[in-house]
Design a protein around this ligand. Sequence first.
Ligand SMILES: [Zn+2]
Length: 249
Amino acid sequence: MRGSIHLARIAGIDLYLHSTWFLVLLYELSGGAGRYSSQWWVLYEVLALFAIVTLHEFGHALACRQVGGIANKIMLWPFGGIAFVDVPPRPGATLWTIAAGPLVNVALVPVLAFLPAPASPDAIQLLRAVNYINLGLLVFNILPVYPLDGGQILHALLWYPLGRARSLLATTVVGLLGVAGLFFAAWRLDDLWLAAITVFILMYCWSGLKFARALARRELSAAASLPTADRTFPAADAPPPAPARPLLK
Ligand SMILES: [Zn+2]
């Protein structure tokens, strides 16, 4: 948790804010001036983003606990949030832990829709922005690009027919194709931010692929009926920081 500030402990879960997050705040404050009559509204918008990401992460963390996993840390950083979840290695537990995050955004859609219509143009603009942020988070995160939520949901669904290792292998290969698509989109949209997020996704997707191969080797050795003492399998690659799986927002 180096370089981060402890903000609160809610339901036994420590909430941290990475110091680089203030760069987002500065960036937003410098760029959002035209949309509102004062900078205060830009600050409210950033705080709304912060709140929505936090709720999404709590969705993951509480669902993880519900299925018997460990979740006691959430960190918010410029690319979104990370719920540090240690999920029991079962497809159902993984599926519920991952799906609970986007479901929070789904639940927020009617909540935001039934808020009373604001009177001032600033408040109308803020509500519009909050709706956009909520839907944007939902749509981006359910892309089937590992380790985004959609990729992890795909992994959990394929886990049932294929087993853990092969499903992760298939998912990370799909993820790498998705990474190529995201880089293409970042180039076409000239979006440096999307490109930076995609680099981060690529790193985790690649370590997921290596972990899947290590898992597959372990399953092979476990399946062998002969004593394995004289069999040497290549040493498993270091697993990704799996308990600290990133849940991008
Ligand atoms: Zn998520």
